[in-house]
Design a binder for this molecule. Structure first.
Ligand SMILES: [Zn+2]
Length: 60
């Protein structure tokens, strides 16, 4: 079964190109073909954003 490519977005705000890199690039740095920015490929799929901590800033 083929492992799907990893899709990452270029962090360069003037580029924001979606790059599809092979899974063996996980944990490594790839270069955006469009603007040349080095992009770190996350080792795992990014987890869902943590819910807001209700204890934070509870100085009401
Ligand atoms: Zn780019």
């Amino acid at each position: 079964m083929a492992v799907p490519n990893v899709c990452i977005m270029c962090p360069n705000l003037v580029c924001r190109k979606i790059l599809s890199v092979p899974p063996e690039c996980r944990g490594k740095t790839v270069r955006c073909k469009n603007c040349g920015t080095n992009i770190r490929v996350p080792a795992k799929d990014a987890p869902a954003p943590a819910p807001a901590d209700p204890k934070a800033k509870s100085a009401a």
